[in-house]
Design a protein around this ligand. Structure first.
Ligand code: ACM
Ligand code: ZN
Length: 712
């Protein structure tokens, strides 16, 4: 066949191919008779293609001109590809397996978005193209925490598929933490069989999520091997993490002997031992570590095994006679240096299996840690600057830009301790602006996003909605800057996201977040706009019913409206006029039957400045009381125990009583997830929360300042 459409379009990745203006028939057309030829080592990719395209595999010696040809071309640089499309077919050459995979993703992007839905359209017509591209960084990663919230093989496979479409090539799986152990260890089956389940009668206390019910799960080694293979087909390496020597309360619940040698403080915690670090001085610990890490090394092909190293509570070592003796022997005065000793032993275990350690930035803070290790800089940009200045290969992932469990605007769900940010900030991460020198850039292995899952348990983790909403389009921005950088500029990237990538994500089934619509309220009229083809809706106070916004809304009660948008599988957060967010801060006194914490006294909540804590965990009949100096007239009073989004440090179950005179109380409702929203019809003098649970799973109860909305 001869092309009548000879235009060679040299396209940068991710831009849709412009439609060809010439007559159509002589274009490249894929149909069910199109065959895929491939170099032998590319067989898994040829197979991968058949799940998406209406094509069949050809014997290797086939020489047909309607074929897709997958080739290795070692003249290209690592993971780079050259994609040529003309009427004779598609020739895709990659430097290596990853290069061909990346080229397949480029090919997909030149096709109608529906191909991601695996509907295998009968006929796909393509414009002529020559497209050569390669990645900026060899490490383009995403971390998923399956320890705090269990996600099984099917959920992780879906996650891998979505990452692969974005040419993320590392999945860092956080497999063990204080709250869960998620990988079978054959020599110590109890680690997963007990540690994979918390709550109910498990010795592993539920700290997040359901308390009375035992729940959880873990990967068998066979399941993990299948997952490793599944990811490898998609050019993704799974890097396992066992978080050591801190974040180890789970394994310490199963094997209490690994802890330091002193009695725990369990008086305030209903008997639960919160110590979370391995004893560095206990020699037997290294035998258990050798067994368990040995199996991890054998199971995972990755060169690096992540062994944690973050947030170790060294006070446990300071109290331990054995650790103190070890410090004296070694001439150490700083207990943090015990982590160096521990990690040195762990590194020796890994080295015996031909592996290198990957660690969070704290583990290498002393600068004495083996240069063989890869550092994951999470705490702040400075941690990444320090690690690269010392010459460590560094994965850059400061939480303020790359922790996708952070909320995206102040009113949305998620954490906020690192920052509140959306995809625009991720895209704006700029090494030069942040002070990385050329020499430091040589030590940047790449970028990684992270989804820690302690809050996920309260967001229906059996559904993908919350994970998707938190991760996309932030992963799109991460993937772009890891692949190419951000020189394109935000405005242009945003236009491309909306014009092209939104439809792809819809076809991928991603329940992604839309940017909020712009609202204005002036002279009694709401006007709402979007620039992303989404449909605008609103809800009114007191009703969950959604209405289509079709024209400006005239109202003198703007606080009653909240707006949002939808686009197929995606939705935006709510936005409202500032009057919706207005709150009152009436004088009140807080008292409880559980005593007052000295570090977070009642005054924190009373002054609306922060949270208060009780001195101990709650038991049945324990109470919290809010007494207002003057009766408060309001349209809503929201009372909350625990931390926002986190089913932790709450009063797990309780009743709520209201008083209009400060004397007589009457029942008004029950706590849900530690909170209640009251809508009183009269001024309120006092409210009392009474616990109906005998334990809240944590050493104290947190009390947030009340959020009180005025009658307007
Ligand atoms: C971390 O977020 N503690 C690595
Ligand atoms: Zn010790």
């Amino acid at each position: 066949m001869k092309s009548t459409c000879p235009t060679l379009l040299v396209l940068l990745c991710c831009t849709l191919l412009p439609a060809c203006s010439r007559p159509m028939p002589d274009r490249c057309v894929l149909t069910s008779s199109t065959r895929v030829q491939f170099d032998p080592e590319l067989a898994p990719l040829a197979e991968y293609l058949t799940a998406y395209l209406p094509v069949t595999l050809a014997p290797n010696d086939a020489n047909r001109n309607d074929a897709i040809r997958l080739r290795i071309d070692t003249a290209l640089s690592a993971e780079a590809f050259r994609l040529e499309i003309d009427a004779s077919g598609i020739t895709l050459a990659g430097a290596d397996y990853g290069g061909v995979f990346n080229g397949i993703q480029a090919l997909f992007r030149s096709m109608p978005p529906e191909i991601y839905a695996k509907t295998r359209p009968e006929r796909i017509e393509l414009a002529d193209t020559v497209w050569t591209d390669g990645p900026r960084f060899s490490y383009r990663g995403m971390m998923l925490d399956v320890a705090r919230t269990w996600q099984g093989p099917d959920a992780v496979k879906r996650f891998i598929d979505l990452l692969a479409y974005h040419r993320i090539n590392k999945l860092h799986l956080h497999l063990a933490d204080d709250e869960g152990w998620r990988i079978e260890i054959r020599s110590h089956p109890e680690l997963a069989e007990i540690g994979g389940f918390r709550g109910g009668d498990s010795p592993v206390r539920a700290v997040y999520g359901k308390w009375d019910e035992k729940y959880g799960g873990y990967f068998t080694q066979a399941e993990m091997r299948d997952l490793i293979d599944y990811a490898a087909v998609r050019n993704i390496e799974i890097i396992p993490e066992i978080d050591l020597p801190g974040h180890s309360r789970n394994i310490a619940s199963v094997h209490p002997e690994i802890r330091c040698n002193y009695p725990p403080d369990t008086l305030a915690t209903n008997g639960y031992d919160y110590r979370s670090a391995w004893c560095v001085a206990r020699e037997e610990n290294y035998a258990l570590l050798a067994d368990m890490l040995g199996e991890i090394c054998e199971l995972f092909p990755s060169e690096y095994i992540h062994v944690g190293g973050d947030e170790v509570d060294v006070s446990q070592w300071q109290r331990c006679p054995d650790c103190r003796r070890l410090m004296r022997q070694k001439g150490i005065t700083d207990p943090h240096r015990l982590e160096d000793l521990f990690m040195k032993r762990v590194t020796e275990i890994l080295a015996a299996h031909g592996k290198r350690p990957a660690v969070w930035n704290e583990a290498a803070a002393s600068g004495e840690f083996t240069r063989d290790s890869r550092i994951y800089g999470w705490q702040h940009v400075k941690a990444c600057l320090d690690a690269t200045a010392k010459g460590y290969p560094t994965v850059v992932m400061p939480g303020a830009y790359f922790y996708f469990d952070m909320r995206q605007t102040p009113e949305e769900e998620g954490h906020d301790w690192a920052a509140i940010f959306d995809a625009k900030k991720v895209y704006g991460f700029d090494f030069a602006e942040l002070g990385f020198s050329e020499e430091q850039m040589r030590h940047v292995a790449g970028l990684e996003g992270a989804f820690f899952s302690e809050a996920y348990v309260s967001h229906h983790p059996e559904l993908p909605d919350y994970l998707d909403y938190m991760c996309y389009p932030r992963i799109c921005a991460l993937a772009r800057i890891a692949w190419r950088g951000n020189e394109q500029g935000w405005e242009d990237f945003y236009r491309e996201l909306v014009a092209e990538h939104y439809d792809r994500m819809v076809a991928m089934g991603i329940r992604f977040r839309l940017f909020p619509p712009r609202i204005s309220y002036r002279d009694g009229t709401f006007t709402v706009e979007t620039d992303d083809r989404s449909t605008i809706y609103y809800i009114e106070e007191g009703s969950p019913e959604e209405h289509r916004y079709k024209q400006p809304i005239h109202t003198d009660e703007p606080h009653r409206y909240r707006f949002f948008t939808r686009y197929h599988t995606a939705r935006s957060p709510y936005v409202a006029d500032k009057s919706y967010y207005r709150t009152l801060t009436p004088v009140f006194s807080l008292t409880t039957s559980m005593g007052e914490s000295s570090s977070a006294p009642y005054a924190n909540a009373e002054t609306y400045k922060g949270l208060s804590r009780t001195r101990r965990a709650c038991r049945r009949q324990d109470w919290i009381r809010y007494d207002f100096a003057e009766p408060v007239r309001c349209r809503e009073m929201f009372l909350q125990t625990g931390n926002r989004q986190l089913p932790k440090t709450i009063i797990t179950t309780g009743t709520v009583e209201i008083s209009y005179d400060g004397q007589r109380f009457e029942p008004i409702g029950k706590l849900e997830k530690g909170s209640i929203a009251l809508h009183p019809d009269r001024p309120v003098k006092s409210v009392r929360i009474v616990s109906t649970c005998d334990d809240n799973g944590t050493p104290y109860v947190t009390i947030q300042p009340p959020r009180i909305k005025p009658v307007i």
